[in-house]
Design a protein around this ligand. Structure first.
Ligand code: GLN
Length: 547
Protein backbone atom coordinates (compact mmCIF):
# COMPACT_ATOMS: atom_id res chain seq x y z
CA UNK A 1 0.00 0.00 0.00
CA UNK A 2 1.40 3.38 -0.99
CA UNK A 3 2.13 6.24 1.33
CA UNK A 4 0.68 9.53 0.14
CA UNK A 5 2.37 12.91 0.06
CA UNK A 6 0.07 15.83 -0.70
CA UNK A 7 1.78 18.95 -1.98
CA UNK A 8 0.00 22.29 -1.74
CA UNK A 9 1.07 25.87 -2.36
CA UNK A 10 0.52 29.16 -0.61
CA UNK A 11 1.26 32.91 -0.73
CA UNK A 12 1.73 33.21 -4.50
CA UNK A 13 1.55 30.98 -7.54
CA UNK A 14 4.50 29.91 -9.72
CA UNK A 15 6.69 28.89 -6.79
CA UNK A 16 7.80 25.69 -8.47
CA UNK A 17 5.58 23.18 -6.68
CA UNK A 18 5.82 20.87 -9.66
CA UNK A 19 9.58 21.00 -9.58
CA UNK A 20 9.74 20.48 -5.83
CA UNK A 21 7.42 17.47 -6.16
CA UNK A 22 9.50 16.06 -9.01
CA UNK A 23 12.76 16.56 -7.12
CA UNK A 24 11.30 14.87 -4.04
CA UNK A 25 10.19 11.97 -6.25
CA UNK A 26 13.77 11.66 -7.53
CA UNK A 27 15.17 11.71 -3.98
CA UNK A 28 12.80 8.99 -2.81
CA UNK A 29 13.88 6.90 -5.80
CA UNK A 30 17.51 7.55 -4.85
CA UNK A 31 16.66 5.94 -1.52
CA UNK A 32 15.35 2.87 -3.29
CA UNK A 33 11.59 3.58 -3.23
CA UNK A 34 9.21 3.48 -6.17
CA UNK A 35 7.12 6.58 -6.81
CA UNK A 36 4.32 7.95 -8.95
CA UNK A 37 3.43 11.63 -9.25
CA UNK A 38 0.02 13.04 -9.86
CA UNK A 39 -1.41 16.51 -10.52
CA UNK A 40 -4.87 17.74 -9.53
CA UNK A 41 -5.80 21.01 -11.18
CA UNK A 42 -8.71 23.16 -10.03
CA UNK A 43 -9.59 24.80 -13.39
CA UNK A 44 -12.76 23.88 -15.25
CA UNK A 45 -11.31 22.85 -18.60
CA UNK A 46 -11.66 19.09 -18.91
CA UNK A 47 -7.96 19.03 -19.81
CA UNK A 48 -5.45 21.66 -20.96
CA UNK A 49 -5.60 20.36 -24.55
CA UNK A 50 -7.92 23.14 -25.68
CA UNK A 51 -6.05 25.95 -23.93
CA UNK A 52 -3.77 28.36 -25.72
CA UNK A 53 -0.08 27.94 -24.87
CA UNK A 54 -0.21 31.58 -23.72
CA UNK A 55 -2.77 30.58 -21.08
CA UNK A 56 -1.22 27.45 -19.85
CA UNK A 57 2.22 26.81 -21.34
CA UNK A 58 2.97 23.53 -23.02
CA UNK A 59 0.52 20.66 -23.15
CA UNK A 60 2.35 17.52 -22.07
CA UNK A 61 1.19 14.33 -23.80
CA UNK A 62 1.41 10.92 -22.14
CA UNK A 63 2.01 7.57 -23.86
CA UNK A 64 -1.64 6.67 -23.35
CA UNK A 65 -2.73 9.82 -25.13
CA UNK A 66 -3.74 12.23 -22.36
CA UNK A 67 -3.18 15.96 -22.84
CA UNK A 68 -1.92 17.10 -19.47
CA UNK A 69 -0.31 19.81 -17.42
CA UNK A 70 3.33 20.67 -18.08
CA UNK A 71 4.22 19.66 -14.53
CA UNK A 72 3.85 16.06 -15.67
CA UNK A 73 6.84 16.81 -17.87
CA UNK A 74 8.89 17.72 -14.79
CA UNK A 75 7.72 14.56 -13.08
CA UNK A 76 8.87 12.40 -15.98
CA UNK A 77 12.14 14.25 -16.47
CA UNK A 78 13.11 13.84 -12.83
CA UNK A 79 11.84 10.34 -12.12
CA UNK A 80 11.83 8.65 -15.52
CA UNK A 81 8.42 7.22 -14.64
CA UNK A 82 6.13 7.48 -17.68
CA UNK A 83 3.03 9.44 -16.71
CA UNK A 84 -0.41 8.09 -17.52
CA UNK A 85 -3.88 9.44 -18.17
CA UNK A 86 -4.65 8.74 -14.53
CA UNK A 87 -1.91 11.06 -13.31
CA UNK A 88 -3.61 14.32 -14.24
CA UNK A 89 -7.10 15.52 -13.49
CA UNK A 90 -8.93 18.86 -13.45
CA UNK A 91 -12.13 20.05 -11.79
CA UNK A 92 -13.63 19.99 -15.26
CA UNK A 93 -12.89 16.28 -15.64
CA UNK A 94 -14.12 15.50 -12.11
CA UNK A 95 -17.39 17.39 -12.62
CA UNK A 96 -17.89 15.90 -16.05
CA UNK A 97 -17.49 12.38 -14.58
CA UNK A 98 -19.92 13.18 -11.77
CA UNK A 99 -22.50 14.63 -14.17
CA UNK A 100 -22.15 11.66 -16.50
CA UNK A 101 -22.85 9.31 -13.59
CA UNK A 102 -25.80 11.44 -12.54
CA UNK A 103 -27.30 11.22 -16.05
CA UNK A 104 -26.78 7.47 -16.10
CA UNK A 105 -28.67 7.21 -12.83
CA UNK A 106 -25.71 5.81 -10.90
CA UNK A 107 -26.51 7.87 -7.82
CA UNK A 108 -29.92 6.24 -7.38
CA UNK A 109 -31.97 9.39 -6.94
CA UNK A 110 -29.69 11.18 -4.48
CA UNK A 111 -29.12 14.94 -4.52
CA UNK A 112 -25.66 15.44 -6.04
CA UNK A 113 -23.40 17.66 -3.95
CA UNK A 114 -19.77 18.78 -3.76
CA UNK A 115 -19.49 16.79 -0.54
CA UNK A 116 -19.62 13.82 -0.89
CA UNK A 117 -20.02 13.25 -4.64
CA UNK A 118 -17.34 15.53 -6.03
CA UNK A 119 -14.95 14.83 -3.16
CA UNK A 120 -15.50 11.07 -3.54
CA UNK A 121 -14.69 11.31 -7.24
CA UNK A 122 -11.45 13.13 -6.34
CA UNK A 123 -10.58 10.57 -3.66
CA UNK A 124 -11.15 7.68 -6.07
CA UNK A 125 -8.84 9.37 -8.54
CA UNK A 126 -6.08 9.86 -5.96
CA UNK A 127 -6.11 6.17 -5.06
CA UNK A 128 -5.87 4.75 -8.60
CA UNK A 129 -2.99 2.26 -8.80
CA UNK A 130 -1.89 2.84 -5.23
CA UNK A 131 -0.72 -0.74 -4.84
CA UNK A 132 1.89 -0.32 -7.53
CA UNK A 133 4.24 2.06 -5.69
CA UNK A 134 5.78 2.91 -2.34
CA UNK A 135 4.95 6.61 -2.56
CA UNK A 136 2.22 8.50 -4.38
CA UNK A 137 2.94 12.23 -4.62
CA UNK A 138 -0.16 14.33 -5.34
CA UNK A 139 0.25 17.98 -6.17
CA UNK A 140 -2.75 20.28 -5.89
CA UNK A 141 -2.61 23.07 -8.47
CA UNK A 142 -3.26 26.69 -7.54
CA UNK A 143 -2.88 28.33 -4.14
CA UNK A 144 -4.62 27.62 -0.84
CA UNK A 145 -7.55 29.97 -0.45
CA UNK A 146 -8.63 29.84 -4.11
CA UNK A 147 -12.37 29.22 -4.27
CA UNK A 148 -12.07 26.63 -7.02
CA UNK A 149 -9.44 24.61 -5.15
CA UNK A 150 -11.64 23.97 -2.12
CA UNK A 151 -13.12 20.61 -3.18
CA UNK A 152 -9.59 19.28 -3.69
CA UNK A 153 -8.40 20.45 -0.28
CA UNK A 154 -11.51 18.98 1.32
CA UNK A 155 -10.96 15.71 -0.55
CA UNK A 156 -7.36 15.32 0.62
CA UNK A 157 -8.43 16.14 4.18
CA UNK A 158 -11.04 13.38 4.04
CA UNK A 159 -8.63 11.03 2.30
CA UNK A 160 -6.11 11.30 5.13
CA UNK A 161 -8.90 10.71 7.66
CA UNK A 162 -10.15 7.64 5.80
CA UNK A 163 -6.67 6.11 5.93
CA UNK A 164 -4.74 4.67 8.86
CA UNK A 165 -2.72 7.26 10.79
CA UNK A 166 0.68 7.84 9.24
CA UNK A 167 -0.24 6.92 5.68
CA UNK A 168 -0.53 10.52 4.45
CA UNK A 169 1.56 13.61 4.98
CA UNK A 170 1.18 17.20 3.80
CA UNK A 171 3.90 19.37 2.36
CA UNK A 172 3.21 23.07 1.87
CA UNK A 173 5.28 25.30 -0.40
CA UNK A 174 5.41 29.03 0.32
CA UNK A 175 7.42 32.16 -0.30
CA UNK A 176 9.55 34.08 2.20
CA UNK A 177 9.80 37.56 0.71
CA UNK A 178 12.96 39.53 1.42
CA UNK A 179 12.38 43.14 2.39
CA UNK A 180 15.43 45.10 1.33
CA UNK A 181 14.77 48.18 3.48
CA UNK A 182 14.85 46.18 6.72
CA UNK A 183 17.13 43.43 5.39
CA UNK A 184 14.72 40.75 6.59
CA UNK A 185 13.08 37.60 5.33
CA UNK A 186 9.42 37.84 6.22
CA UNK A 187 7.58 34.85 7.61
CA UNK A 188 4.15 36.42 8.01
CA UNK A 189 2.72 35.46 4.59
CA UNK A 190 3.69 31.84 5.30
CA UNK A 191 2.07 32.00 8.72
CA UNK A 192 -1.13 33.28 7.11
CA UNK A 193 -1.02 30.65 4.43
CA UNK A 194 -0.69 27.88 7.00
CA UNK A 195 -3.51 29.46 9.03
CA UNK A 196 -5.65 29.28 5.90
CA UNK A 197 -4.76 25.60 5.46
CA UNK A 198 -5.53 24.83 9.08
CA UNK A 199 -8.89 26.58 8.83
CA UNK A 200 -9.89 23.89 6.32
CA UNK A 201 -8.55 21.12 8.49
CA UNK A 202 -5.11 20.55 6.98
CA UNK A 203 -1.93 20.75 9.02
CA UNK A 204 1.34 20.69 7.08
CA UNK A 205 4.04 18.27 8.20
CA UNK A 206 6.69 19.94 6.06
CA UNK A 207 7.14 23.52 4.95
CA UNK A 208 9.18 24.20 1.86
CA UNK A 209 10.03 27.88 1.74
CA UNK A 210 11.23 29.55 -1.43
CA UNK A 211 13.65 32.36 -0.67
CA UNK A 212 16.48 34.21 -2.31
CA UNK A 213 18.97 33.29 0.41
CA UNK A 214 19.31 30.88 3.35
CA UNK A 215 16.76 31.00 6.18
CA UNK A 216 18.40 32.36 9.36
CA UNK A 217 17.89 30.29 12.53
CA UNK A 218 15.63 32.92 14.08
CA UNK A 219 13.17 32.83 11.16
CA UNK A 220 13.27 29.05 10.98
CA UNK A 221 12.36 28.82 14.68
CA UNK A 222 9.58 31.33 14.19
CA UNK A 223 8.14 29.42 11.24
CA UNK A 224 8.28 26.16 13.19
CA UNK A 225 6.59 27.72 16.20
CA UNK A 226 3.82 29.61 14.43
CA UNK A 227 3.13 27.04 11.75
CA UNK A 228 3.29 24.07 14.10
CA UNK A 229 5.98 22.09 12.28
CA UNK A 230 9.32 20.74 13.51
CA UNK A 231 12.30 23.06 12.85
CA UNK A 232 13.98 20.28 10.78
CA UNK A 233 10.85 20.16 8.63
CA UNK A 234 11.27 23.79 7.56
CA UNK A 235 13.11 23.35 4.28
CA UNK A 236 14.80 26.25 2.54
CA UNK A 237 14.37 26.24 -1.21
CA UNK A 238 16.75 28.85 -2.51
CA UNK A 239 16.81 29.99 -6.11
CA UNK A 240 19.12 27.69 -8.08
CA UNK A 241 21.24 28.22 -11.20
CA UNK A 242 19.51 25.26 -12.89
CA UNK A 243 16.47 23.14 -12.07
CA UNK A 244 18.61 20.01 -12.28
CA UNK A 245 20.40 21.07 -9.09
CA UNK A 246 17.09 20.73 -7.25
CA UNK A 247 17.40 17.09 -6.12
CA UNK A 248 20.88 17.67 -4.64
CA UNK A 249 19.90 21.03 -3.13
CA UNK A 250 16.74 19.64 -1.52
CA UNK A 251 18.71 16.71 -0.21
CA UNK A 252 21.26 19.02 1.40
CA UNK A 253 18.40 20.91 3.02
CA UNK A 254 17.04 17.66 4.42
CA UNK A 255 13.77 17.36 2.48
CA UNK A 256 13.88 13.61 1.88
CA UNK A 257 14.97 13.00 5.47
CA UNK A 258 12.09 15.18 6.73
CA UNK A 259 9.65 13.16 4.62
CA UNK A 260 10.96 9.84 5.91
CA UNK A 261 10.84 11.20 9.48
CA UNK A 262 7.25 12.34 8.99
CA UNK A 263 6.35 8.79 7.96
CA UNK A 264 8.53 7.43 10.79
CA UNK A 265 10.56 5.35 8.36
CA UNK A 266 13.64 4.37 10.30
CA UNK A 267 16.36 3.55 9.69
CA UNK A 268 16.20 5.60 6.50
CA UNK A 269 17.79 3.86 3.51
CA UNK A 270 20.93 5.69 2.37
CA UNK A 271 20.49 7.67 -0.82
CA UNK A 272 22.49 7.01 -3.97
CA UNK A 273 22.77 10.38 -5.67
CA UNK A 274 25.46 9.58 -8.24
CA UNK A 275 22.99 10.03 -11.12
CA UNK A 276 22.20 13.59 -10.02
CA UNK A 277 25.82 14.39 -9.27
CA UNK A 278 26.66 13.45 -12.87
CA UNK A 279 23.73 15.54 -14.18
CA UNK A 280 24.90 18.55 -12.15
CA UNK A 281 28.49 18.10 -13.24
CA UNK A 282 27.57 17.96 -16.92
CA UNK A 283 25.43 21.05 -16.71
CA UNK A 284 27.90 23.12 -14.70
CA UNK A 285 31.07 22.17 -16.54
CA UNK A 286 30.38 22.43 -20.27
CA UNK A 287 33.32 22.42 -22.68
CA UNK A 288 31.88 24.98 -25.06
CA UNK A 289 28.58 26.33 -26.19
CA UNK A 290 26.28 26.08 -29.18
CA UNK A 291 23.69 28.60 -30.26
CA UNK A 292 20.30 27.32 -31.36
CA UNK A 293 17.47 29.40 -32.83
CA UNK A 294 13.94 28.26 -32.04
CA UNK A 295 11.73 29.78 -34.70
CA UNK A 296 8.22 29.66 -33.32
CA UNK A 297 5.02 31.46 -32.59
CA UNK A 298 4.66 31.37 -28.82
CA UNK A 299 8.15 32.76 -28.22
CA UNK A 300 7.09 35.35 -25.62
CA UNK A 301 6.29 32.55 -23.21
CA UNK A 302 9.11 30.04 -22.78
CA UNK A 303 6.79 27.64 -20.94
CA UNK A 304 5.00 27.07 -24.25
CA UNK A 305 8.02 25.03 -25.39
CA UNK A 306 9.12 23.78 -21.98
CA UNK A 307 10.01 20.22 -22.95
CA UNK A 308 11.88 21.36 -26.06
CA UNK A 309 13.99 23.75 -24.03
CA UNK A 310 14.76 20.99 -21.55
CA UNK A 311 15.48 18.40 -24.25
CA UNK A 312 17.99 20.80 -25.85
CA UNK A 313 19.70 21.17 -22.49
CA UNK A 314 19.83 17.37 -22.22
CA UNK A 315 21.30 17.20 -25.74
CA UNK A 316 23.95 19.67 -24.56
CA UNK A 317 24.68 17.53 -21.53
CA UNK A 318 25.19 14.49 -23.75
CA UNK A 319 27.82 16.45 -25.69
CA UNK A 320 29.16 18.41 -22.74
CA UNK A 321 28.23 21.76 -24.25
CA UNK A 322 25.97 24.52 -23.04
CA UNK A 323 23.01 25.30 -25.28
CA UNK A 324 22.17 28.94 -25.68
CA UNK A 325 18.70 29.31 -27.09
CA UNK A 326 17.38 32.34 -28.87
CA UNK A 327 13.64 32.59 -29.39
CA UNK A 328 12.85 33.95 -32.81
CA UNK A 329 9.33 35.07 -33.65
CA UNK A 330 8.60 33.44 -37.01
CA UNK A 331 6.45 36.39 -38.03
CA UNK A 332 9.46 38.71 -38.34
CA UNK A 333 10.43 36.83 -41.50
CA UNK A 334 7.23 38.11 -43.13
CA UNK A 335 9.12 41.34 -43.56
CA UNK A 336 12.78 40.57 -42.78
CA UNK A 337 15.36 38.49 -44.60
CA UNK A 338 15.84 35.35 -42.49
CA UNK A 339 19.54 35.17 -43.37
CA UNK A 340 20.33 38.35 -41.44
CA UNK A 341 18.78 36.85 -38.32
CA UNK A 342 19.68 33.18 -38.65
CA UNK A 343 23.32 33.37 -39.76
CA UNK A 344 25.49 32.84 -36.69
CA UNK A 345 23.29 30.09 -35.23
CA UNK A 346 24.72 26.60 -35.11
CA UNK A 347 21.34 24.94 -35.51
CA UNK A 348 17.69 25.78 -36.11
CA UNK A 349 14.67 24.19 -34.52
CA UNK A 350 11.10 24.76 -35.68
CA UNK A 351 8.71 23.46 -33.02
CA UNK A 352 5.06 22.39 -33.11
CA UNK A 353 2.22 24.83 -33.40
CA UNK A 354 -1.30 25.46 -34.56
CA UNK A 355 -2.79 27.88 -37.06
CA UNK A 356 -1.38 29.75 -40.02
CA UNK A 357 0.11 32.77 -38.30
CA UNK A 358 3.90 32.64 -38.54
CA UNK A 359 4.01 29.62 -40.85
CA UNK A 360 5.47 31.45 -43.86
CA UNK A 361 8.32 32.50 -41.59
CA UNK A 362 8.86 28.91 -40.49
CA UNK A 363 8.96 27.83 -44.12
CA UNK A 364 11.65 30.45 -44.76
CA UNK A 365 13.62 29.19 -41.76
CA UNK A 366 13.48 25.65 -43.17
CA UNK A 367 14.62 26.94 -46.55
CA UNK A 368 17.53 28.79 -44.98
CA UNK A 369 18.58 25.67 -43.06
CA UNK A 370 18.35 23.48 -46.18
CA UNK A 371 20.25 25.85 -48.46
CA UNK A 372 22.94 26.80 -45.96
CA UNK A 373 23.33 23.26 -44.64
CA UNK A 374 22.63 24.32 -41.06
CA UNK A 375 21.36 21.50 -38.79
CA UNK A 376 17.56 21.61 -38.68
CA UNK A 377 15.13 19.80 -36.44
CA UNK A 378 11.47 20.19 -37.36
CA UNK A 379 8.97 18.96 -34.82
CA UNK A 380 5.37 18.26 -35.86
CA UNK A 381 4.37 21.55 -37.52
CA UNK A 382 8.12 22.08 -38.01
CA UNK A 383 8.23 18.89 -40.09
CA UNK A 384 5.13 19.87 -42.04
CA UNK A 385 6.70 23.26 -42.86
CA UNK A 386 9.92 21.57 -44.04
CA UNK A 387 7.87 19.36 -46.38
CA UNK A 388 5.92 22.34 -47.75
CA UNK A 389 9.22 24.17 -48.28
CA UNK A 390 10.61 21.19 -50.21
CA UNK A 391 7.44 20.87 -52.27
CA UNK A 392 7.32 24.54 -53.19
CA UNK A 393 10.99 25.36 -53.68
CA UNK A 394 12.52 22.08 -54.80
CA UNK A 395 9.77 19.90 -56.28
CA UNK A 396 8.11 22.80 -58.09
CA UNK A 397 4.67 22.55 -56.42
CA UNK A 398 4.28 26.28 -56.04
CA UNK A 399 0.91 26.18 -54.30
CA UNK A 400 1.86 23.57 -51.72
CA UNK A 401 0.44 24.21 -48.27
CA UNK A 402 -1.55 22.70 -45.43
CA UNK A 403 -5.28 22.10 -45.31
CA UNK A 404 -5.11 23.38 -41.75
CA UNK A 405 -4.66 26.91 -43.05
CA UNK A 406 -7.42 26.56 -45.65
CA UNK A 407 -9.77 25.32 -42.95
CA UNK A 408 -8.85 28.25 -40.77
CA UNK A 409 -9.40 30.72 -43.60
CA UNK A 410 -12.60 29.02 -44.74
CA UNK A 411 -11.49 28.76 -48.37
CA UNK A 412 -9.24 26.65 -50.53
CA UNK A 413 -5.92 28.24 -51.43
CA UNK A 414 -3.30 25.50 -51.20
CA UNK A 415 -2.42 22.24 -52.80
CA UNK A 416 -2.79 20.05 -49.69
CA UNK A 417 0.62 18.45 -49.26
CA UNK A 418 -0.39 18.35 -45.60
CA UNK A 419 -3.99 17.18 -45.22
CA UNK A 420 -6.57 16.66 -42.51
CA UNK A 421 -6.17 13.12 -41.23
CA UNK A 422 -9.57 11.46 -41.03
CA UNK A 423 -8.71 7.85 -40.38
CA UNK A 424 -5.83 6.00 -38.81
CA UNK A 425 -5.02 2.78 -37.05
CA UNK A 426 -4.45 2.66 -33.32
CA UNK A 427 -3.56 -0.76 -32.00
CA UNK A 428 -6.32 -3.05 -33.27
CA UNK A 429 -8.90 -0.52 -34.31
CA UNK A 430 -9.43 2.31 -36.74
CA UNK A 431 -9.94 5.85 -35.43
CA UNK A 432 -12.20 8.08 -37.49
CA UNK A 433 -12.43 11.85 -37.43
CA UNK A 434 -14.45 14.50 -39.22
CA UNK A 435 -13.85 18.20 -39.67
CA UNK A 436 -16.74 19.23 -37.43
CA UNK A 437 -15.68 17.03 -34.47
CA UNK A 438 -15.20 18.48 -31.00
CA UNK A 439 -11.76 20.02 -30.58
CA UNK A 440 -10.97 18.45 -27.19
CA UNK A 441 -9.09 15.14 -27.16
CA UNK A 442 -9.66 14.36 -30.83
CA UNK A 443 -6.17 14.71 -32.26
CA UNK A 444 -3.91 11.77 -33.05
CA UNK A 445 -2.62 11.55 -29.49
CA UNK A 446 -0.10 9.49 -27.55
CA UNK A 447 2.42 6.82 -28.42
CA UNK A 448 2.52 5.32 -31.92
CA UNK A 449 5.20 3.17 -33.49
CA UNK A 450 7.20 4.05 -36.54
CA UNK A 451 9.40 1.96 -38.79
CA UNK A 452 12.65 3.58 -39.91
CA UNK A 453 14.37 2.85 -43.24
CA UNK A 454 17.55 0.77 -42.95
CA UNK A 455 20.57 2.94 -43.57
CA UNK A 456 18.74 6.24 -43.08
CA UNK A 457 20.28 8.99 -41.02
CA UNK A 458 17.53 8.73 -38.47
CA UNK A 459 17.95 4.97 -38.04
CA UNK A 460 21.60 5.71 -37.28
CA UNK A 461 20.62 8.33 -34.73
CA UNK A 462 18.26 5.99 -32.92
CA UNK A 463 20.40 2.91 -33.44
CA UNK A 464 17.13 1.12 -34.22
CA UNK A 465 14.54 0.73 -36.95
CA UNK A 466 11.52 0.36 -34.67
CA UNK A 467 10.63 3.28 -32.44
CA UNK A 468 7.70 4.57 -30.44
CA UNK A 469 7.06 8.28 -29.97
CA UNK A 470 4.27 10.55 -28.76
CA UNK A 471 2.00 12.41 -31.11
CA UNK A 472 -0.35 15.38 -30.98
CA UNK A 473 -1.63 16.57 -34.32
CA UNK A 474 -4.64 16.65 -36.60
CA UNK A 475 -2.89 17.06 -39.94
CA UNK A 476 -0.45 14.81 -41.70
CA UNK A 477 2.00 14.90 -44.63
CA UNK A 478 0.27 13.27 -47.61
CA UNK A 479 2.06 10.09 -48.61
CA UNK A 480 0.91 10.55 -52.20
CA UNK A 481 3.65 13.17 -52.56
CA UNK A 482 6.32 10.75 -51.40
CA UNK A 483 7.71 9.83 -54.84
CA UNK A 484 7.84 13.42 -56.01
CA UNK A 485 9.65 14.54 -52.89
CA UNK A 486 11.99 11.58 -52.69
CA UNK A 487 13.02 12.18 -56.29
CA UNK A 488 14.35 15.58 -55.30
CA UNK A 489 16.13 14.18 -52.24
CA UNK A 490 13.68 14.50 -49.32
CA UNK A 491 13.54 10.95 -47.99
CA UNK A 492 10.56 9.62 -46.07
CA UNK A 493 12.75 7.69 -43.68
CA UNK A 494 10.16 6.84 -41.03
CA UNK A 495 6.63 5.57 -41.66
CA UNK A 496 3.74 4.27 -39.58
CA UNK A 497 3.84 0.44 -39.46
CA UNK A 498 1.04 0.23 -42.09
CA UNK A 499 3.16 2.38 -44.39
CA UNK A 500 0.48 5.06 -44.76
CA UNK A 501 1.57 7.90 -42.51
CA UNK A 502 4.91 9.68 -42.97
CA UNK A 503 6.53 10.00 -39.56
CA UNK A 504 10.01 11.26 -40.44
CA UNK A 505 11.59 13.08 -43.38
CA UNK A 506 15.26 13.86 -43.97
CA UNK A 507 17.28 15.54 -46.70
CA UNK A 508 19.70 12.97 -48.10
CA UNK A 509 22.40 15.48 -49.07
CA UNK A 510 22.33 17.61 -45.94
CA UNK A 511 24.56 17.13 -42.88
CA UNK A 512 21.58 17.11 -40.47
CA UNK A 513 18.06 17.98 -41.57
CA UNK A 514 15.34 15.90 -39.94
CA UNK A 515 11.63 16.52 -39.56
CA UNK A 516 9.51 14.39 -37.24
CA UNK A 517 5.73 14.26 -37.00
CA UNK A 518 5.91 13.38 -33.30
CA UNK A 519 7.25 15.07 -30.18
CA UNK A 520 10.61 13.52 -29.19
CA UNK A 521 11.13 16.25 -26.58
CA UNK A 522 8.51 14.65 -24.36
CA UNK A 523 10.65 11.60 -23.71
CA UNK A 524 14.01 13.24 -23.06
CA UNK A 525 15.53 13.08 -19.56
CA UNK A 526 18.62 14.77 -18.13
CA UNK A 527 20.06 11.36 -17.33
CA UNK A 528 18.91 9.86 -20.65
CA UNK A 529 18.96 12.55 -23.36
CA UNK A 530 16.74 11.76 -26.34
CA UNK A 531 18.88 10.47 -29.25
CA UNK A 532 17.47 13.02 -31.71
CA UNK A 533 18.32 15.93 -29.40
CA UNK A 534 21.70 14.47 -28.48
CA UNK A 535 22.63 14.06 -32.15
CA UNK A 536 21.13 17.42 -33.17
CA UNK A 537 23.36 19.15 -30.63
CA UNK A 538 26.33 17.01 -31.73
CA UNK A 539 25.73 18.32 -35.26
CA UNK A 540 25.40 21.87 -33.92
CA UNK A 541 28.71 21.42 -32.12
CA UNK A 542 30.30 20.41 -35.41
CA UNK A 543 28.86 23.50 -37.11
CA UNK A 544 30.20 25.66 -34.29
CA UNK A 545 33.70 24.35 -35.04
CA UNK A 546 33.36 25.37 -38.69
CA UNK A 547 32.37 28.98 -38.08
N1 GLN B 1 -1.13 22.03 -36.36
C1 GLN B 1 -0.50 20.84 -36.83
C2 GLN B 1 -1.43 19.65 -36.81
O1 GLN B 1 -2.42 19.65 -36.14
C3 GLN B 1 0.74 20.54 -36.05
C4 GLN B 1 0.46 20.19 -34.62
C5 GLN B 1 1.69 20.27 -33.76
O2 GLN B 1 2.68 20.86 -34.15
N2 GLN B 1 1.62 19.70 -32.57
O3 GLN B 1 -1.16 18.68 -37.47
Amino acid sequence: MARFIFITGGVVSSLGKGLASAALGALLQARGFSVRLRKLDPYLNVDPGTMSPFEHGEVFVTDDGAETDLDLGHYERFTGVAARKTDSVSSGRIYSNVLEKERRGDYLGKTIQVIPHVTNEIKDFIAIGEDEVDFMLCEIGGTVGDIEGLPFFEAIRQFSQDRPRGQCIFMHLTLLPFIKASGELKTKPTQHSVKELRSIGLAPDILVCRSEGPIPEKERAKLALFCNVRPEAVIAAQDLPTIYDAPLAYHREGLDQAVLDAFQISPAPRPDLTKWEDVSDRIHNPEGEVKVAIVGKYVQLEDAYKSIREALTHGGMANRVGVEVEWVDAEIFDTQDPAACLEGFHAILVPGGFGERGTEGKIKAAQFARERKVPYLGICLGMQMAVIEAARNVAGLKDAGSEEFDHEAGRKRFEPVVYHLKEWVQGNYTVQRALGDDKGGTMRLGAYSAVLSEGSKVAGVYGATQIEERHRHRYEVDNRYRDKLEQVGLKFSGMSPDGRLPEIVEWADHPWFIGVQFHPELKSKPFAPHPLFADFIRAAKETSRLV
